[in-house]
Design a binder for this molecule. Structure first.
Ligand SMILES: Cc1cc2nc3c(=O)[nH]c(=O)nc-3n(C[C@H](O)[C@H](O)[C@H](O)COP(=O)(O)OP(=O)(O)OC[C@H]3O[C@@H](n4cnc5c(N)ncnc54)[C@H](O)[C@@H]3O)c2cc1C
Length: 442
Protein backbone atom coordinates (compact mmCIF):
# COMPACT_ATOMS: atom_id res chain seq x y z
CA UNK A 1 0.00 0.00 0.00
CA UNK A 2 1.22 3.50 -0.84
CA UNK A 3 1.75 5.73 2.14
CA UNK A 4 -1.24 7.98 2.90
CA UNK A 5 1.19 10.85 3.42
CA UNK A 6 1.98 10.84 -0.31
CA UNK A 7 -1.61 11.43 -1.37
CA UNK A 8 -2.21 14.51 -3.51
CA UNK A 9 -4.77 16.58 -1.62
CA UNK A 10 -6.40 19.62 -3.22
CA UNK A 11 -8.39 22.16 -1.22
CA UNK A 12 -10.58 24.79 -2.82
CA UNK A 13 -10.99 27.91 -0.69
CA UNK A 14 -8.62 29.47 1.83
CA UNK A 15 -11.24 30.68 4.29
CA UNK A 16 -11.33 29.45 7.87
CA UNK A 17 -12.28 25.92 6.81
CA UNK A 18 -9.72 25.61 4.00
CA UNK A 19 -6.85 27.00 6.08
CA UNK A 20 -7.78 24.79 9.04
CA UNK A 21 -8.02 21.70 6.83
CA UNK A 22 -4.66 22.39 5.15
CA UNK A 23 -2.94 22.84 8.49
CA UNK A 24 -4.56 19.77 10.06
CA UNK A 25 -3.47 17.65 7.09
CA UNK A 26 0.08 19.00 7.23
CA UNK A 27 0.27 18.26 10.97
CA UNK A 28 -0.93 14.73 10.22
CA UNK A 29 2.05 14.30 7.87
CA UNK A 30 0.43 14.78 4.45
CA UNK A 31 3.15 16.03 2.13
CA UNK A 32 1.27 17.35 -0.91
CA UNK A 33 -1.44 19.87 -0.12
CA UNK A 34 -2.48 22.40 -2.76
CA UNK A 35 -4.87 25.21 -1.81
CA UNK A 36 -6.68 27.10 -4.60
CA UNK A 37 -8.21 30.45 -3.68
CA UNK A 38 -10.13 32.91 -5.87
CA UNK A 39 -8.87 35.98 -4.01
CA UNK A 40 -5.46 37.39 -4.84
CA UNK A 41 -4.52 37.44 -1.15
CA UNK A 42 -6.14 36.84 2.21
CA UNK A 43 -7.73 40.23 2.84
CA UNK A 44 -10.26 39.39 5.54
CA UNK A 45 -13.53 41.10 6.27
CA UNK A 46 -12.98 43.59 9.05
CA UNK A 47 -15.16 42.11 11.71
CA UNK A 48 -14.98 40.28 14.99
CA UNK A 49 -15.51 36.60 15.53
CA UNK A 50 -16.26 34.49 18.58
CA UNK A 51 -14.01 31.49 19.05
CA UNK A 52 -15.54 29.02 21.46
CA UNK A 53 -13.56 26.41 23.44
CA UNK A 54 -14.41 23.61 21.01
CA UNK A 55 -12.43 25.39 18.28
CA UNK A 56 -9.78 26.45 20.81
CA UNK A 57 -9.08 22.75 21.32
CA UNK A 58 -8.41 22.27 17.58
CA UNK A 59 -6.46 25.50 17.09
CA UNK A 60 -4.32 24.72 20.08
CA UNK A 61 -3.46 21.27 18.72
CA UNK A 62 -2.53 22.98 15.44
CA UNK A 63 -0.22 25.37 17.27
CA UNK A 64 -2.05 28.63 16.56
CA UNK A 65 -4.20 29.32 19.63
CA UNK A 66 -1.61 31.18 21.73
CA UNK A 67 -1.13 33.96 19.17
CA UNK A 68 -4.90 34.43 18.88
CA UNK A 69 -5.38 34.36 22.66
CA UNK A 70 -2.82 37.15 23.16
CA UNK A 71 -4.95 39.80 21.46
CA UNK A 72 -8.43 38.41 22.04
CA UNK A 73 -10.91 39.08 24.85
CA UNK A 74 -11.65 36.07 27.05
CA UNK A 75 -15.38 36.23 27.70
CA UNK A 76 -16.33 36.31 31.35
CA UNK A 77 -20.09 36.56 31.00
CA UNK A 78 -22.97 37.67 28.86
CA UNK A 79 -25.61 40.27 29.43
CA UNK A 80 -28.93 39.91 27.61
CA UNK A 81 -30.81 43.19 27.50
CA UNK A 82 -34.05 44.63 26.12
CA UNK A 83 -32.98 46.60 23.09
CA UNK A 84 -35.54 49.31 23.72
CA UNK A 85 -34.65 50.08 27.33
CA UNK A 86 -31.19 48.57 27.97
CA UNK A 87 -32.84 46.75 30.91
CA UNK A 88 -30.91 43.56 31.69
CA UNK A 89 -33.08 40.45 31.28
CA UNK A 90 -30.37 38.24 32.67
CA UNK A 91 -26.65 38.00 33.21
CA UNK A 92 -24.96 34.67 32.63
CA UNK A 93 -21.62 34.39 34.41
CA UNK A 94 -18.98 32.48 32.47
CA UNK A 95 -16.01 32.89 34.81
CA UNK A 96 -14.51 29.44 34.54
CA UNK A 97 -15.01 28.38 30.95
CA UNK A 98 -11.30 27.63 30.61
CA UNK A 99 -11.24 25.44 33.72
CA UNK A 100 -14.39 23.62 32.62
CA UNK A 101 -13.54 23.04 28.97
CA UNK A 102 -9.78 23.48 28.76
CA UNK A 103 -9.93 26.61 26.59
CA UNK A 104 -11.36 30.09 27.06
CA UNK A 105 -14.20 31.46 24.97
CA UNK A 106 -12.47 34.18 22.95
CA UNK A 107 -13.67 37.15 20.96
CA UNK A 108 -11.13 38.31 18.41
CA UNK A 109 -10.59 39.92 15.07
CA UNK A 110 -11.16 37.72 12.03
CA UNK A 111 -7.77 38.77 10.70
CA UNK A 112 -6.17 37.44 13.88
CA UNK A 113 -7.80 34.00 13.47
CA UNK A 114 -7.16 33.81 9.74
CA UNK A 115 -3.70 35.40 10.01
CA UNK A 116 -2.54 32.94 12.67
CA UNK A 117 -3.88 30.03 10.63
CA UNK A 118 -2.26 31.32 7.44
CA UNK A 119 1.12 31.94 9.09
CA UNK A 120 1.05 28.44 10.56
CA UNK A 121 0.26 27.07 7.07
CA UNK A 122 3.16 29.01 5.59
CA UNK A 123 5.52 27.30 8.02
CA UNK A 124 4.52 23.92 6.51
CA UNK A 125 6.55 23.02 3.42
CA UNK A 126 3.79 20.61 2.38
CA UNK A 127 1.19 23.38 1.81
CA UNK A 128 1.26 25.29 -1.47
CA UNK A 129 -1.11 28.22 -2.04
CA UNK A 130 -2.44 29.15 -5.48
CA UNK A 131 -4.08 32.57 -5.20
CA UNK A 132 -6.18 34.21 -7.94
CA UNK A 133 -7.22 30.68 -8.88
CA UNK A 134 -10.85 29.59 -9.00
CA UNK A 135 -12.44 26.21 -9.22
CA UNK A 136 -14.56 26.18 -12.37
CA UNK A 137 -15.79 22.62 -12.40
CA UNK A 138 -15.24 19.19 -10.90
CA UNK A 139 -15.46 16.77 -13.83
CA UNK A 140 -14.49 13.45 -12.20
CA UNK A 141 -15.01 12.27 -8.63
CA UNK A 142 -13.28 8.87 -8.64
CA UNK A 143 -10.90 7.01 -8.79
CA UNK A 144 -8.86 10.21 -9.20
CA UNK A 145 -10.55 13.59 -8.94
CA UNK A 146 -10.34 15.85 -11.98
CA UNK A 147 -11.17 19.52 -11.85
CA UNK A 148 -10.59 22.76 -13.73
CA UNK A 149 -8.90 25.80 -12.25
CA UNK A 150 -9.14 29.20 -13.86
CA UNK A 151 -6.32 31.57 -12.91
CA UNK A 152 -7.12 35.29 -13.01
CA UNK A 153 -4.51 35.61 -15.74
CA UNK A 154 -3.77 32.87 -18.22
CA UNK A 155 -5.69 29.88 -19.49
CA UNK A 156 -7.73 27.45 -17.40
CA UNK A 157 -5.97 24.18 -16.61
CA UNK A 158 -6.93 20.69 -15.47
CA UNK A 159 -5.78 19.27 -12.15
CA UNK A 160 -5.77 15.65 -10.99
CA UNK A 161 -5.74 14.83 -7.28
CA UNK A 162 -6.42 11.87 -5.01
CA UNK A 163 -8.79 13.92 -2.84
CA UNK A 164 -10.53 17.26 -3.36
CA UNK A 165 -11.93 19.20 -0.41
CA UNK A 166 -14.53 21.85 -1.22
CA UNK A 167 -14.00 24.57 1.37
CA UNK A 168 -15.28 27.23 -1.00
CA UNK A 169 -17.90 28.72 1.28
CA UNK A 170 -21.55 29.47 0.86
CA UNK A 171 -21.41 29.91 -2.93
CA UNK A 172 -19.48 26.64 -3.30
CA UNK A 173 -18.88 25.47 -6.86
CA UNK A 174 -17.75 22.12 -5.45
CA UNK A 175 -21.19 21.73 -3.83
CA UNK A 176 -22.97 22.55 -7.09
CA UNK A 177 -20.95 19.95 -8.98
CA UNK A 178 -21.25 17.30 -6.26
CA UNK A 179 -25.02 17.66 -6.01
CA UNK A 180 -25.39 17.68 -9.79
CA UNK A 181 -23.45 14.43 -9.94
CA UNK A 182 -25.82 12.95 -7.37
CA UNK A 183 -28.88 14.34 -9.14
CA UNK A 184 -29.73 16.15 -5.94
CA UNK A 185 -30.57 19.73 -5.07
CA UNK A 186 -29.87 22.12 -2.25
CA UNK A 187 -32.95 23.62 -0.63
CA UNK A 188 -32.46 27.07 0.80
CA UNK A 189 -34.38 28.04 3.92
CA UNK A 190 -35.56 31.63 3.62
CA UNK A 191 -34.24 33.10 6.86
CA UNK A 192 -35.54 36.63 6.22
CA UNK A 193 -32.52 37.88 8.15
CA UNK A 194 -29.68 40.24 7.26
CA UNK A 195 -26.79 41.59 9.30
CA UNK A 196 -24.74 44.76 9.66
CA UNK A 197 -21.19 44.39 10.93
CA UNK A 198 -19.68 47.39 12.67
CA UNK A 199 -16.35 48.10 14.34
CA UNK A 200 -15.83 51.16 16.53
CA UNK A 201 -12.40 52.23 17.69
CA UNK A 202 -11.47 53.28 21.23
CA UNK A 203 -10.90 56.80 19.88
CA UNK A 204 -14.46 56.93 18.51
CA UNK A 205 -15.89 55.83 21.88
CA UNK A 206 -13.50 57.73 24.14
CA UNK A 207 -15.84 60.68 24.81
CA UNK A 208 -18.57 58.52 26.37
CA UNK A 209 -17.98 56.74 29.73
CA UNK A 210 -20.95 54.39 29.17
CA UNK A 211 -19.50 53.22 25.86
CA UNK A 212 -16.01 52.92 27.32
CA UNK A 213 -17.39 50.69 30.07
CA UNK A 214 -18.67 48.33 27.36
CA UNK A 215 -15.32 48.37 25.58
CA UNK A 216 -13.41 47.64 28.78
CA UNK A 217 -15.71 44.85 29.89
CA UNK A 218 -15.20 41.10 29.37
CA UNK A 219 -18.90 40.58 28.74
CA UNK A 220 -20.68 39.89 25.48
CA UNK A 221 -23.84 42.00 25.33
CA UNK A 222 -26.94 41.06 23.35
CA UNK A 223 -29.71 43.68 22.94
CA UNK A 224 -32.91 42.03 21.71
CA UNK A 225 -35.97 43.45 20.00
CA UNK A 226 -38.74 42.33 17.68
CA UNK A 227 -37.17 40.61 14.63
CA UNK A 228 -33.87 42.27 15.49
CA UNK A 229 -30.95 42.10 17.83
CA UNK A 230 -27.41 43.37 18.24
CA UNK A 231 -24.55 41.40 19.75
CA UNK A 232 -21.36 43.21 20.76
CA UNK A 233 -17.96 42.55 22.32
CA UNK A 234 -14.42 43.91 22.52
CA UNK A 235 -11.64 42.62 20.30
CA UNK A 236 -7.99 43.38 19.47
CA UNK A 237 -6.78 44.02 23.02
CA UNK A 238 -9.95 46.03 23.65
CA UNK A 239 -9.01 48.63 21.06
CA UNK A 240 -12.11 47.84 18.99
CA UNK A 241 -15.76 47.30 19.91
CA UNK A 242 -17.40 44.91 17.46
CA UNK A 243 -21.15 45.04 16.87
CA UNK A 244 -23.04 42.59 14.72
CA UNK A 245 -26.73 43.16 14.13
CA UNK A 246 -29.55 41.07 12.78
CA UNK A 247 -32.58 42.67 11.18
CA UNK A 248 -35.32 41.76 8.70
CA UNK A 249 -33.87 41.30 5.25
CA UNK A 250 -35.31 44.10 3.15
CA UNK A 251 -32.35 45.02 0.93
CA UNK A 252 -31.84 41.55 -0.51
CA UNK A 253 -35.52 40.74 -0.82
CA UNK A 254 -35.87 43.97 -2.81
CA UNK A 255 -32.84 43.25 -5.00
CA UNK A 256 -32.60 39.50 -5.54
CA UNK A 257 -29.59 39.91 -7.83
CA UNK A 258 -27.55 41.14 -4.85
CA UNK A 259 -27.25 37.81 -3.14
CA UNK A 260 -24.67 38.13 -0.35
CA UNK A 261 -23.48 41.58 0.62
CA UNK A 262 -24.47 45.09 -0.25
CA UNK A 263 -23.51 48.60 0.72
CA UNK A 264 -26.07 49.72 3.30
CA UNK A 265 -27.32 53.18 4.08
CA UNK A 266 -26.58 54.67 7.48
CA UNK A 267 -29.99 56.33 7.75
CA UNK A 268 -31.74 53.00 7.03
CA UNK A 269 -29.64 51.32 9.73
CA UNK A 270 -30.49 54.06 12.21
CA UNK A 271 -34.19 53.72 11.30
CA UNK A 272 -34.15 49.93 11.74
CA UNK A 273 -32.80 50.33 15.27
CA UNK A 274 -34.50 53.66 15.92
CA UNK A 275 -36.52 52.36 18.87
CA UNK A 276 -33.46 50.83 20.58
CA UNK A 277 -32.04 52.59 23.63
CA UNK A 278 -29.81 55.68 23.27
CA UNK A 279 -26.67 53.70 24.18
CA UNK A 280 -27.15 51.52 21.10
CA UNK A 281 -28.26 54.27 18.73
CA UNK A 282 -25.38 56.50 19.84
CA UNK A 283 -22.95 53.72 18.90
CA UNK A 284 -24.60 53.13 15.54
CA UNK A 285 -24.43 56.84 14.87
CA UNK A 286 -20.63 56.71 15.19
CA UNK A 287 -20.36 54.62 12.02
CA UNK A 288 -19.01 56.84 9.25
CA UNK A 289 -21.39 57.49 6.36
CA UNK A 290 -20.57 55.16 3.47
CA UNK A 291 -19.13 52.44 5.71
CA UNK A 292 -22.31 50.47 6.37
CA UNK A 293 -22.23 47.02 4.86
CA UNK A 294 -25.08 44.53 5.03
CA UNK A 295 -24.86 40.74 4.75
CA UNK A 296 -27.64 38.41 3.76
CA UNK A 297 -27.84 35.53 6.26
CA UNK A 298 -28.41 32.23 4.53
CA UNK A 299 -28.90 28.61 5.45
CA UNK A 300 -29.90 25.39 3.71
CA UNK A 301 -31.83 22.34 4.69
CA UNK A 302 -29.29 19.57 5.45
CA UNK A 303 -27.78 18.47 2.13
CA UNK A 304 -28.40 14.87 1.03
CA UNK A 305 -24.62 14.27 1.03
CA UNK A 306 -21.36 16.01 1.83
CA UNK A 307 -19.14 13.57 -0.02
CA UNK A 308 -19.04 11.71 -3.30
CA UNK A 309 -16.14 9.54 -4.40
CA UNK A 310 -12.96 11.27 -3.31
CA UNK A 311 -14.57 14.72 -3.02
CA UNK A 312 -15.81 16.11 0.31
CA UNK A 313 -17.35 19.43 1.29
CA UNK A 314 -16.69 21.23 4.55
CA UNK A 315 -17.70 24.39 6.38
CA UNK A 316 -20.17 26.81 4.83
CA UNK A 317 -20.01 24.86 1.58
CA UNK A 318 -22.14 22.16 3.21
CA UNK A 319 -23.67 23.64 6.40
CA UNK A 320 -23.97 27.44 6.28
CA UNK A 321 -25.49 28.62 9.51
CA UNK A 322 -27.03 31.68 11.06
CA UNK A 323 -24.45 33.20 13.39
CA UNK A 324 -26.52 33.03 16.58
CA UNK A 325 -24.58 30.16 18.19
CA UNK A 326 -21.19 31.52 17.04
CA UNK A 327 -20.27 28.14 15.61
CA UNK A 328 -19.91 28.65 11.82
CA UNK A 329 -16.14 29.03 11.58
CA UNK A 330 -15.67 26.69 14.51
CA UNK A 331 -17.55 23.91 12.72
CA UNK A 332 -15.60 24.56 9.49
CA UNK A 333 -12.27 24.23 11.30
CA UNK A 334 -13.48 21.13 13.15
CA UNK A 335 -14.53 19.54 9.82
CA UNK A 336 -10.98 19.93 8.48
CA UNK A 337 -9.50 18.36 11.59
CA UNK A 338 -11.83 15.36 11.27
CA UNK A 339 -11.03 14.97 7.57
CA UNK A 340 -7.30 14.89 8.35
CA UNK A 341 -7.99 12.11 10.85
CA UNK A 342 -10.12 9.93 8.55
CA UNK A 343 -7.71 10.22 5.63
CA UNK A 344 -4.80 9.20 7.81
CA UNK A 345 -6.73 6.29 9.32
CA UNK A 346 -8.03 4.86 6.03
CA UNK A 347 -6.78 1.27 5.76
CA UNK A 348 -5.56 1.82 2.21
CA UNK A 349 -4.94 4.67 -0.21
CA UNK A 350 -7.06 3.21 -2.99
CA UNK A 351 -9.98 5.30 -4.16
CA UNK A 352 -12.55 3.02 -2.57
CA UNK A 353 -10.97 3.31 0.89
CA UNK A 354 -10.62 7.08 0.58
CA UNK A 355 -14.28 7.41 -0.40
CA UNK A 356 -15.33 5.32 2.61
CA UNK A 357 -13.06 7.28 4.92
CA UNK A 358 -14.67 10.51 3.70
CA UNK A 359 -18.10 9.00 4.28
CA UNK A 360 -16.98 8.20 7.83
CA UNK A 361 -16.23 11.94 8.19
CA UNK A 362 -19.75 12.69 6.99
CA UNK A 363 -21.23 10.17 9.41
CA UNK A 364 -19.28 11.69 12.26
CA UNK A 365 -20.17 15.32 11.52
CA UNK A 366 -23.34 15.77 9.46
CA UNK A 367 -25.99 15.19 12.08
CA UNK A 368 -24.09 17.16 14.70
CA UNK A 369 -23.61 20.20 12.44
CA UNK A 370 -27.19 20.03 11.14
CA UNK A 371 -28.45 20.12 14.73
CA UNK A 372 -26.35 23.18 15.54
CA UNK A 373 -27.54 24.94 12.38
CA UNK A 374 -31.14 24.21 13.37
CA UNK A 375 -30.52 25.33 16.95
CA UNK A 376 -29.05 28.66 15.79
CA UNK A 377 -32.15 29.26 13.68
CA UNK A 378 -34.57 28.32 16.47
CA UNK A 379 -32.70 30.51 18.93
CA UNK A 380 -33.20 33.50 16.63
CA UNK A 381 -36.95 32.90 16.54
CA UNK A 382 -37.01 33.11 20.33
CA UNK A 383 -34.72 36.12 20.48
CA UNK A 384 -36.80 38.01 17.90
CA UNK A 385 -40.26 37.59 19.43
CA UNK A 386 -42.60 40.58 19.26
CA UNK A 387 -44.91 41.73 22.01
CA UNK A 388 -47.30 39.12 23.37
CA UNK A 389 -47.61 36.11 25.63
CA UNK A 390 -44.70 34.18 24.08
CA UNK A 391 -42.32 37.05 24.68
CA UNK A 392 -43.54 37.54 28.23
CA UNK A 393 -42.88 33.87 28.88
CA UNK A 394 -39.43 34.12 27.28
CA UNK A 395 -38.54 37.13 29.42
CA UNK A 396 -39.73 35.29 32.53
CA UNK A 397 -37.44 32.40 31.57
CA UNK A 398 -34.55 34.82 31.15
CA UNK A 399 -35.19 36.34 34.57
CA UNK A 400 -35.84 33.13 36.49
CA UNK A 401 -33.46 30.77 34.60
CA UNK A 402 -33.87 26.99 34.54
CA UNK A 403 -32.70 24.84 37.44
CA UNK A 404 -29.51 24.18 35.44
CA UNK A 405 -29.12 27.91 34.76
CA UNK A 406 -30.45 27.55 31.21
CA UNK A 407 -31.70 30.62 29.32
CA UNK A 408 -33.68 30.98 26.07
CA UNK A 409 -30.65 32.41 24.22
CA UNK A 410 -29.04 29.11 23.28
CA UNK A 411 -25.61 30.68 22.78
CA UNK A 412 -25.56 31.91 26.37
CA UNK A 413 -27.19 28.87 27.93
CA UNK A 414 -24.84 26.83 30.16
CA UNK A 415 -26.47 23.52 29.18
CA UNK A 416 -25.92 24.20 25.47
CA UNK A 417 -22.41 25.49 26.13
CA UNK A 418 -21.63 22.28 27.96
CA UNK A 419 -22.92 20.18 25.08
CA UNK A 420 -20.99 22.08 22.41
CA UNK A 421 -17.82 23.06 24.24
CA UNK A 422 -17.12 19.61 25.61
CA UNK A 423 -17.60 17.96 22.21
CA UNK A 424 -14.14 16.87 21.10
CA UNK A 425 -14.59 16.05 17.42
CA UNK A 426 -11.08 14.62 17.00
CA UNK A 427 -11.42 12.32 20.01
CA UNK A 428 -14.82 11.26 18.65
CA UNK A 429 -13.52 10.25 15.24
CA UNK A 430 -10.51 8.46 16.72
CA UNK A 431 -12.90 6.50 18.93
CA UNK A 432 -15.53 5.85 16.23
CA UNK A 433 -13.55 5.56 13.01
CA UNK A 434 -13.54 1.77 12.65
CA UNK A 435 -17.25 1.56 13.26
CA UNK A 436 -18.11 4.47 10.94
CA UNK A 437 -15.82 3.13 8.23
CA UNK A 438 -17.61 -0.21 8.45
CA UNK A 439 -20.94 1.62 8.31
CA UNK A 440 -19.76 3.54 5.24
CA UNK A 441 -18.94 0.23 3.61
CA UNK A 442 -22.38 -1.21 4.18
C1 LIG B 1 -22.61 38.20 10.69
C2 LIG B 1 -21.86 36.92 10.88
C3 LIG B 1 -21.25 36.65 12.09
C4 LIG B 1 -20.57 35.45 12.33
N1 LIG B 1 -20.01 35.22 13.55
C5 LIG B 1 -19.36 34.05 13.78
C6 LIG B 1 -18.76 33.78 15.04
O1 LIG B 1 -18.77 34.63 15.95
N2 LIG B 1 -18.13 32.57 15.24
C7 LIG B 1 -18.07 31.63 14.24
O2 LIG B 1 -17.49 30.54 14.45
N3 LIG B 1 -18.64 31.86 13.02
C8 LIG B 1 -19.27 33.04 12.76
N4 LIG B 1 -19.82 33.28 11.54
C9 LIG B 1 -19.76 32.22 10.50
C10 LIG B 1 -18.41 32.12 9.84
O3 LIG B 1 -17.95 33.38 9.36
C11 LIG B 1 -18.49 31.16 8.65
O4 LIG B 1 -19.23 30.03 9.01
C12 LIG B 1 -17.07 30.73 8.25
O5 LIG B 1 -16.33 31.84 7.82
C13 LIG B 1 -17.13 29.68 7.14
O6 LIG B 1 -15.82 29.34 6.75
P1 LIG B 1 -15.57 28.62 5.35
O7 LIG B 1 -14.11 28.43 5.26
O8 LIG B 1 -16.46 27.45 5.24
O9 LIG B 1 -16.06 29.65 4.26
P2 LIG B 1 -15.46 31.07 3.90
O10 LIG B 1 -14.81 31.69 5.07
O11 LIG B 1 -16.54 31.80 3.21
O12 LIG B 1 -14.28 30.76 2.87
C14 LIG B 1 -14.53 30.32 1.56
C15 LIG B 1 -13.31 30.69 0.70
O13 LIG B 1 -13.43 30.06 -0.55
C16 LIG B 1 -13.08 30.98 -1.58
N5 LIG B 1 -13.78 30.55 -2.81
C17 LIG B 1 -15.10 30.63 -3.07
N6 LIG B 1 -15.38 30.09 -4.27
C18 LIG B 1 -14.18 29.65 -4.78
C19 LIG B 1 -13.82 29.01 -6.00
N7 LIG B 1 -14.74 28.68 -6.93
N8 LIG B 1 -12.51 28.70 -6.20
C20 LIG B 1 -11.56 29.02 -5.25
N9 LIG B 1 -11.87 29.64 -4.08
C21 LIG B 1 -13.15 29.95 -3.85
C22 LIG B 1 -13.55 32.31 -1.04
O14 LIG B 1 -12.87 33.40 -1.68
C23 LIG B 1 -13.20 32.18 0.44
O15 LIG B 1 -11.90 32.61 0.72
C24 LIG B 1 -20.49 34.47 11.30
C25 LIG B 1 -21.08 34.74 10.05
C26 LIG B 1 -21.75 35.95 9.83
C27 LIG B 1 -22.38 36.20 8.47
Amino acid sequence: MANYQDLQIAIVGAGMGGLGAALALAKRGFKNIDVYETASNLGFVGAGIQMPPNVGRILSSLGCWDGIEKEATAVNGTSIRQGSSNEELTHVDMPNIKEKYGYAHLCGHRSSLAGNLYEACQREASIKFHFSSSLVQVSRFTPKVHFTIRPREGAPYEVEADVLLGADGIKSQARIDLLRELNAEQEEIETGQAAYRIMLTREQMAHDPEMLALLDSDDVVRWVGERRHIIAYSISNKSIYNLSSVQPDKSFAAAPSVTYTTKGSKSTMLDVFGDFCPLVTKMLDLVPEGEVCEWRLRMYKPLPAWTHGSVALLGDACHPTLPHLSQGAAMAIEDGAVIAEVLSMAPSTDADSLAKALRAYQLSRKEWCSNLVEMAYMSSLTLHLGEGKAREERDRMFRERGSDGSVPDKWASPDVQKMIYSNDCVANIRRDFQQLYAQAEA
